[in-house]
Design a protein around this ligand. Structure first.
Ligand code: HEM
Length: 142
């Protein structure tokens, strides 16, 4: 990611922060609509889950300038836990699609093509790292 892309992701995430609860509701609503099969992996009551997701995203977004320091403590165990939940590597692009969709809805006019590609790059880095931690390097490309 370029420094400009890091800025775009951080600035746009700051705009979503005040509505993070609604953003998380939108996100899971979208995820369960496009991938109904994953609903059963999650708890019935999503209240805590929504908070945990947004808190984890905040850690990663704040750490974008220093990812090699942030990813191992923030995302390695996170990735490995997901294997026990039933998550497969192919779920990551689905989750990424729901995340980008949510940001587009939440940001409105601030969702520019540049912001979209910056988030695509950020999610690609995060998910590539998580897939490789959870399933091994061979699948890291997706
Ligand atoms: C970058 C991607 C992701 C992030 C940042 C993320 C973040 C989180 C966080 C913070 C939690 C709270 C519990 C925990 O820490 O384990 C969680 C739970 C969960 N995640 Fe993810 N996740 C990601 C990708 C995925 C994917 C691809 C799947 C596959 C379907 C998935 C499935 C789950 C499930 C099933 C739970 C609920 C576990 C339970 O409480 O029973 N996650 N996620």
């Amino acid at each position: 990611m370029t420094p400009e892309q890091v800025n775009l992701v951080q600035q746009s995430f700051a705009k979503v922060a005040p509505i993070s609860e609604q953003a998380a509701v939108l996100f899971y609503g979208r995820l369960f609509e496009v991938a109904p099969g994953v609903r059963a992996m999650f708890p019935d009551d999503m209240t805590e889950q929504r908070k945990k997701l947004m808190a984890t995203l905040a850690v990663v977004v704040n750490g974008l300038t220093n990812l090699e320091a942030v990813l191992p403590p923030a995302a390695s165990a996170l990735a490995k836990r997901r294997v026990g939940y039933g998550a497969k590597a192919e779920h990551y692009p689905v989750v990424g699609g729901a995340l980008l969709w949510t940001l587009e809805k939440g940001l409105g006019d601030a969702w520019t093509p540049e912001t979209a590609s910056a988030w695509t790059a950020a999610y690609g880095t995060l998910s590539g790292y998580m897939i490789s931690e959870a399933y091994g390097g061979a699948q890291a490309a997706e």
